[in-house]
Design a protein around this ligand. Sequence first.
Ligand SMILES: Cc1cc2nc3c(=O)[nH]c(=O)nc-3n(C[C@H](O)[C@H](O)[C@H](O)COP(=O)(O)OP(=O)(O)OC[C@H]3O[C@@H](n4cnc5c(N)ncnc54)[C@H](O)[C@@H]3O)c2cc1C
Length: 289
Amino acid sequence: VSYLIASSLEEALVSLKESSGRARVVAGATDLFLQELPAIFIDLSRLPELTRIDCRDGIFSVGAAVTHTEAAGDVRVKENAAALSEASSLIGSPQVRNIATVGGNVVNAAPAADAAVALVALGARAVLIDLEGKMREEAVENLYAGYNRSLIDSSSEILIRLLFDQCALGEGSAFIRFAARNSLSLPMVNAAARVKVSKGRLEKVRLVAAPVKPAPTRLQNAEAMLTGKKAGEIKWSEIEAAAAADAEVRGSLLRCSEQYRRHLVGVLSARVVKKAVERAMNGEVIPGE
Ligand SMILES: Cc1cc2nc3c(=O)[nH]c(=O)nc-3n(C[C@H](O)[C@H](O)[C@H](O)COP(=O)(O)OP(=O)(O)OC[C@H]3O[C@@H](n4cnc5c(N)ncnc54)[C@H](O)[C@@H]3O)c2cc1C
């Protein structure tokens, strides 16, 4: 096995091309080292363009090799994209978060990967480069080929960064999850939301829960029920029921039954929207039902 630490994006691309499919890019390796190992690893974790968080003209750019510790701790992310900060802060344990990356979380394509769920709620787009140097942009939710299968082929394409609009005035986002333990435990269910509130009314809603399908999935019936409603008049039990009905869940012997998971999808969806709305309304507490 060879392990190359790339010192530039060009070097990583040339090495990938020369390895004719025998190499894969790697960042923290917290997922890849548990899978079938390639003959050659190309480590991206020291590339400047992949390890930066920028926020310019209201658009966040989070490098694919930014670690969860960095994403969780960045004050700009905390204030203007709380869903990602909260998701990254709950992944694994401090040791995992110190090396595992936001990009790896997306490309590994686990259906309930915490940061990926937050990114879909935030409306993030992935910026990718292929072996010929051609760049493309794709919405994160469109990168899934099935359970744990990404449309990004990490032997021939590199995810450079994730882009999304920061939450402006009147917008808020949030992420929550339910797991057996606070650390080192994959979620039974997680949920993230981004909302825009104007004159007390929900103007835009993106609500994602997982695992409800192979990809982090927007719960569109619940979103439609929320859109246009006055924040103080939302019947949260109806939102819970709509979200639970939207979800196509499977039970898991390791985590929880199908029935319990469906119940959690409803409860967490309503809670995460409420939290995002309260943030959008500057901390105003929304009455519950
Ligand atoms: C003990 C433990 C606990 C965990 N807990 C959680 C948890 O609570 N929640 C959660 O969501 N996940 C959890 N994970 C999973 C994992 O840590 C995350 O998915 C992490 O974000 C993966 O990032 P990484 O940098 O380690 O990816 P890697 O393992 O380096 O890569 C994962 C995949 O992405 C590809 N890849 C990486 N970077 C790029 C790139 N820039 N371009 C193209 N392809 C790329 C690799 O080839 C590989 O296919 C846990 C893992 C462990 C070991």
